[in-house]
Write a protein that binds this ligand. Structure first.
Ligand code: 6R9
Length: 649
């Protein structure tokens, strides 16, 4: 923990939308009278029929969350149409290609036409309100068009990150019974093609075995690379949009009609479909985008996330567009053509607000300051981070070297489930402490509880819960409300449990300490240990596997796998490579194991429970303090685990 404090700078305060007094006043109002507070904030979007009810939520019993429930609106209308009169010719998206010589700009007028045409193509092929459409795309503008086209006609999109494997894609298609997929021939990252259409074909094959038959695949041409083609099922996007009109009326949606499903990892079982709805989500995404980034009209804003993650949904597409912003979308990677790419792009497009992940910051910090120094970054006014705790060293480097000590760093804590920022500095209101996400956003009531569910007051260390609902909150797990209740509301009755550990200091600042469940955070990507374990045991030579995280200098957490082989088999480096390949095929490259330890036995209690605490300690090379091992069925296995550990200092 860093004890340093960086007070709000004069230049930041001078233009800020929210200062200290306003933050305190509004925060109090938002907690004391949520109906009044959100009743006002709900008006930041346009409604076809205004709401008369604001908040109708309960974290008890069956858990029911409704915001603005009798209002009618449309997300695409709010992100596009309502801006056309005043900013039709303003750039909505700046697209920066993987290749540094390729970029393009899309105005709000152009966005309108692209989205309407795609919406009409969906309608032409039978997609209706409520249907689920899977989007498996690289970072090209058509990914955003596809999301907005769904929103326009009331279809529910499920964006699947382009780095996921065919198996992972199939699982998500099957879970939400999606029969329409939008993809691309190939993606392009760091000069290398990614076979998205081929992966889609494989996934469709796997899904068909589970009786979900994909009817149509809309394929955007990006590289022109060769792909398979199923006539009658596969449709070229560029041909289809030429057959439809450039206008498509937005469907009037109820505030609580679903907008999207986004799959995310939990501590058990398969990834769950986090469901977000229309009105509350958009109000919250727009409001947090405006205040956290102190967004002003005309700012050039860049969030480096992928649209496959919630950050891309809320802070590349929906929040910025609802505010009529210019949002930069980047196809490539931070290290191509070299480690100076981010800073070059900032200069090239005069970016004012830059939002990225700690893992990228750490890795670019490791590349050396020269890459940063050859750019001016004079347009930058604000820096942000998201996805995992940022260590104070990386924070200081970001602040001092990238931001030249001029730009506040907003460390935004939130989750797929929360829809938008929950604990975050507001640039003009919050003095910064490196490594702390600082204070709650309006309407957010954090509570720290101990293992017994006792609410802790003042400076304390505990499990982070949220005591009451906010408009951006997920509404259910798609198709499994029981799992929603079990996962989030059963650990601490009547509270939303985040799965994160957290410390509150004497100034009321929050310091997220990381997950307290079996969820890994690898380079800001969420992964369940159970998912990696099930991928490992699906290999024919593996009988059992246990996966834990360990501290990793760049990725935040690395993936450490203990693998027990079928009897008669010996572990070696070739098998290690094979297992890594296997996990990549099953889940995707983000799940690549960093360390594999072959272990004839795992530390189990007499009832057969694996003692992960011990495995974590050994993975961290901290085996001197294993604690009580007396409940182990066979304490002898620990000796072997220590002797063969893969992280020897
Ligand atoms: C937006 C996003 C959520 C988990 C969350 C926490 C970690 C995110 C953080 C952070 C510390 C921050 N996390 N932001 N930890 N400081 N600023 O990342 O959503 O992919 O669902 O991950 O990420 O552990 O619970 P998601």
């Amino acid at each position: 923990m860093s004890e340093k404090i960086y007070p709000v700078q004069k230049s930041t305060k001078a233009r800020a939308l929210i200062d200290k007094e306003k933050y305190e006043k509004w925060y109090k109002q938002s907690i004391d009278d949520p109906d009044k507070f959100w009743g006002k904030q709900g008006k930041r979007i346009d409604w076809f029929k205004p709401y008369t009810k604001v908040k109708n939520t309960s974290f008890k019993g069956r858990v029911s969350i409704k915001w603005f429930e009798d209002g009618l609106t449309n997300v695409a209308y709010n992100c596009i149409d309502r801006h056309l009169k005043t900013r039709g010719d303003q750039v909505a998206f700046i697209w920066e290609g993987d290749n540094p010589y390729i970029d393009k700009k899309i105005t709000y007028n152009e966005l309108y036409e692209h989205v309407c045409r795609m919406a009409n193509v969906l309608k032409k092929h039978g997609v209706k309100k409520g249907d689920r459409v899977t989007i498996y795309m690289p970072m090209i503008p058509e990914a955003a068009y596809a999301m907005l086209a769904c929103a326009r006609i009331g279809a529910v999109h499920s964006v699947v990150f382009g780095g996921f494997s065919p198996d992972a894609l199939a699982g998500r298609i099957v879970d939400c019974q999606s029969t329409f997929v939008i993809t691309c021939d190939e993606g392009l990252r760091g000069g290398k093609p990614v076979p998205l259409k081929d992966n889609t074909d494989t996934a469709i094959h796997i899904a068909a075995k589970q009786l979900v038959i994909v009817q149509k695949v809309l394929v955007v041409r990006r590289t022109g690379g060769k792909t398979g083609w199923a006539p009658g099922r596969d449709l070229w996007h560029h041909q289809e949009i030429a057959t439809v009109k450039a206008d498509c009326p937005p469907v009037k949606m109820k505030a609580e009609d679903p907008l999207f499903i986004l799959y995310t990892s939990g501590s058990t079982g398969k990834p769950k479909g986090v469901l977000h709805t229309t009105g509350g989500y958009l109000v919250y995404a727009a409001m947090t985008h405006e205040y956290t980034f102190d967004y002003h009209d005309g700012d050039i804003y860049w969030c480096t996330a992928d649209v496959g993650w919630v950050t891309g949904h809320s802070y590349i597409v929906y929040g910025p567009l609802a505010n009529g912003a210019t949002s930069l979308m980047f196809e490539g990677v931070p290290s191509f053509p070299d480690q100076g790419r981010f800073w070059e792009v900032i200069d090239k497009h005069k970016v004012n607000i830059f939002y990225t992940a700690p893992t990228a910051i750490r890795s670019l910090m490791g590349a050396g300051d020269e890459f940063v120094k050859r750019s001016s970054r004079s347009s930058l006014r604000l820096l942000g981070t998201v996805g995992e705790p940022i260590n104070p060293e990386a924070w200081e480097w970001y602040y001092n070297v990238v931001g030249d000590g001029r730009c506040p760093v907003v460390d935004t804590w939130w989750q797929t489930e929360t829809g938008g920022h929950m604990i975050t500095p507001l640039p003009g209101a919050t003095d910064l402490k490196p490594g702390s996400a600082t204070k709650p956003f309006f309407g957010v009531k954090p509570e720290l509880v101990d293992g017994d569910g006792k609410v802790l007051e003042g400076a304390a260390d505990g499990n982070l819960c949220i005591a009451d609902s906010w408009p951006g909150q997920m509404r259910t797990v798609y198709g499994d409300h029981e799992r929603f209740i079990q996962t989030y509301f059963s650990t601490y009755k009547g509270k939303y449990f985040t799965g994160d550990g957290c410390r509150r200091d004497a100034d009321g600042y929050y310091w997220i300490t990381g997950r307290v469940d079996d969820v890994l955070n690898v380079s800001g990507h969420r992964l369940g240990t159970a998912e990696v374990e099930s991928a490992l045991v699906s290999h024919h030579l593996v009988s059992e596997a246990a996966v834990v995280g360990y501290p990793h200098g760049i990725k935040g957490q690395g993936i450490y796998c203990y693998v027990t082989l079928m009897s008669g088999h010996e572990g070696n480096d070739a098998l290690r490579q094979d297992l890594i390949k296997h996990v990549r095929t099953e889940i995707g490259p983000i799940a690549s194991p960093d360390k594999i330890q072959f272990s004839p036995g795992l530390p189990k209690t007499r009832s057969g429970k694996i003692m992960r605490r011990i495995l974590r300690k050994i993975a961290e090379d901290d085996y001197g303090s294993l604690g009580d091992t007396s409940t182990l069925a066979d304490p002898g296995v620990v000796e072997d685990l220590i002797a063969n550990r893969q992280n020897k200092a």
